[in-house]
Design a protein around this ligand. Sequence first.
Ligand SMILES: [Zn+2]
Length: 339
Amino acid sequence: MNTDLEVSIEQEVAEVKMGRPHVVVLGAGASRATCPNGDKNSKKLPLMDDFVEAIGLKPLLNNWGINSEQNFEEIFSDLYEKKENEKIARIVNAVEEYFGQLELPDRPTIYDHLVLSLRGKDLIATFNWDPLLVNAYLRNGKAGLKLPHLAFLHGNVRVGYCEKDKITGLAGMRCRKCGKIYKRIPLLYPIKKKDYTKNSFIANEWRNLKLGFEDAFMITIFGYSGPKTDTEAIDAMKKAWGDKNKRAMEQTTFITTQSDDEVSKNWEPFIHTHHYEVASDFYNSWISNHPRRTGEAYLNQYLEAKFIADNPVPQDFDFQALWKWYGQFNNAENNTKIR
Ligand SMILES: [Zn+2]
């Protein structure tokens, strides 16, 4: 075999050479895939289609004479336009209570594998309100690896913010600078005219997404079918994504159960249709096959045209075994200036 044309697992792990970020965008489908049978206590991770049912809003809506078969987005937008503030407050309470109670199962999940498989230069931006990604991030802090940055595009039930010091922390904990309690950032609800600039925390998260997109070598969209009816979100996403005609280089991957045609239709305003790949689940994705070296694998395959070996994340390990496995990356990462 001509080894010049091949990159082994050991070679991929040993050589850290990509400084640009891998940007991952998560939608509700990613949390559902992380907990396909519900959270630790079998509570469902809702999608937009079964949101009303999962949260248990049906009795409330039926009581008010509202058709609970409608999509949550329509119901909420409608109440908002009619200025039904009392009803809105009750819905918001129910939603926040539900999401606040969600917990990760005890064994490693997709979110654990995801945060462990990206590096400090990378960014995970999520639309999800549930605390599962934050919880995965926190419990893998013990692994001894630099984990990716996180951005919360629609707020999050576990994340707080000190407005004065511009510091993000866990809601309910104290600001490390001024000692005041971090105020929970507001969740952005599906109304037609969302204002992404009104809250300085949310505005900053979108700015980070935009910077990430500008610099990314690879973008992975996981469980998010793209903004459709929500014109503000489309606008914000377009601003962050930039001109699709100027984005010829980077690779876009969708992790989705949708067909190629659906993906291409949903994302037509954003991507050149020939510049993407679709993975049917996380464990078939580039991230899972080249953990912590997604950029190196990209350079080796696409720029240097080499054959690369996969180094798949072990799906069934418990945390001790998993963290030990991820220890293979430490040496090379500690001996380079690249993050
Ligand atoms: Zn403070």
